[in-house]
Design a protein around this ligand. Structure first.
Ligand code: ATP
Length: 311
C-alpha cells in the first residue's frame, strides 16, 4: 500500500533560519505517527509542506500520490483534515452555525456537521455561542472541522494543548477510533510524556532533522539506555547481593526501605530474578526509558556524535 504522505529529504528555509534540514516522514493508512519535538523543531513547518502551503527548497513531498503544492494539490487536500495549533472561530456564532458554515465551504451537507458535533461530544452545547465555550470544547470543534469530508489523513498540530486529562483521553479515544477506520494520523506534539500509548510510531525531530524514528521499542533498543528498577521492602541490609553492581548496574538507596537501580537492558532479567529471590523484597517496579529520556538521548547524540565527538 502506498503512503498517504511521503516527505523525503525536505529542506525549508525562512531567510537565514533553516527550519528543516533533510526531513523524512511517511504515513500510511491506519497508523498514528507522532511527530515529536521541542518548540522550534520544525513540526509545523512539516505540516505546512504536507499541505502544500510551503514548497521545500530541496527534497520531495507527496500527499496522496501528488505534489500538494502543484496543480493536483487542491484535490488531494480535500481528502485531508487539518487541525492547526491555534484554532479560532467566529465566536458570536453557535457551534452548529460554525460547523455548518465550514461544511458548506467544503461542499458537505449540514447533516454531516450535526453528526460530527455528536461524534466529538458537543451536541449538548451545539446551539450555544462558541464564545461561551471552554478551551477544550473549542479544541473539539477544531477536531470536528478537521473531520468534515471523512478525511483519509489527519494532520493534528498540538491537539492536546490546553486540554484537561479527561478531554485529552477523549481526544485520544477519538483518534484511536479513526485509526480503526483506516485513517492515517500525524500527531504533532512537544509534550512527550504520556503520548507513547497513543501512537504506533514516532518521528522525533530536532533542529529540522529526524533525530530518531520507529516504534518505542525500536527506539529503546537503539538507545540501549538503562532501565530503572525500584525495589521496596523491609530489610536490614539492602538486597544488593548477586546483582552485579558496577557491571551495568548502578544502585542508589532512596531510604531504608526503597532501592533504585539503573540497569543495562541485557542485565534486566538477571537483576529482576535476583531481586525477586532476595529476602525482604516486597515489590518491584520496572520503568523503561520514556520518550522524554529518549528525546534527550538522541538530541545529545546529534550534538556529540555517536562516539561522543562533536559532529
Ligand atoms: P512549536 O512546537 O513551537 O510550534 P515547531 O516544531 O512547530 O515548534 P516550526 O514552527 O516548524 O517549529 O519552526 C521551525 C523553525 O522555523 C523555528 O526556528 C521558527 O522560528 C522558524 N520559522 C517558522 N516559520 C517561520 C517564518 N514564517 N518566518 C521565519 N522563521 C520561521
Amino acid at each position: 500500500m502506498s503512503a498517504l504522505l511521503a516527505i523525503r529529504g525536505a529542506e525549508a528555509r525562512f531567510g537565514p533560519v533553516k527550519a528543516l534540514r533533510g526531513l523524512d516522514l511517511e504515513v500510511r493508512a491506519g497508523e498514528v505517527v507522532g511527530l515529536l519535538g521541542h518548540n522550534g523543531a520544525g513540526k509545523t513547518t512539516t505540516l505546512k509542506l504536507a499541505l502544500g502551503l510551503l514548497r521545500p527548497q530541496a527534497g520531495s513531498v507527496r500527499l496522496l500520490g501528488v505534489d500538494p503544492a502543484g496543480r493536483q494539490g487542491r484535490r488531494a487536500r480535500a481528502r485531508v483534515g487539518f487541525l492547526p495549533e491555534n484554532v479560532s472561530f467566529y465566536d458570536m456564532l453557535t457551534g452548529r452555525e460554525v460547523l455548518r458554515y465550514l461544511a458548506r465551504l467544503k461542499r458537505r451537507p449540514a447533516a454531516e456537521a450535526d453528526r460530527l458535533l455528536e461524534r466529538v461530544g458537543l451536541a449538548h452545547a451545539a446551539d450555544r455561542r462558541v464564545r461561551t465555550w471552554s478551551k477544550g470544547m473549542r479544541q473539539r470543534l477544531g477536531l470536528a472541522q478537521a473531520l468534515l469530508g471523512r478525511p483519509e489523513l489527519l494532520l493534528l498540530d498540538e491537539p492536546t494543548v490546553g486540554l484537561d486529562p479527561v478531554a485529552t483521553a477523549e481526544l485520544y479515544a477519538t483518534i484511536g477510533r479513526l485509526r480503526g477506520e483506516g485513517v492515517g494520523v500525524v500527531l504533532c506534539s512537544h509534550v512527550l510524556a504520556g503520548i507513547e500509548r497513543h501512537i504506533d510510531r514516532c518521528v522525533i525531530v530536532g533542529h529540522g532533522r529526524v533525530l530518531a524514528a520507529g516504534t518505542l521499542e525500536e527506539l529503546r533498543a537503539r538507545a540501549r539506555l538503562p532501565i530503572r528498577i525500584r525495589a521496596r521492602g523491609r530489610w536490614h541490609e539492602p538486597p544488593l547481593q548477586g546483582l552485579g553492581e558496577g557491571e551495568g548496574v548502578v544502585a542508589r538507596r532512596l531510604n531504608g526501605h526503597q532501592l533504585e537501580l539503573d540497569v543495562a537492558p541485557e542485565r534486566k532479567l538477571a537483576v529482576l530474578r535476583a531481586l525477586a529471590a532476595a529476602p525482604g523484597v516486597e515489590d518491584l517496579d520496572v520503568r523503561p526509558p520514556g520518550l522524554e529520556t529518549l528525546y534527550a538521548h538522541f538530541d545529545a547524540m546529534l550534538h556529540r556524535g555517536p562516539d561522543g565527538e562533536a559532529p
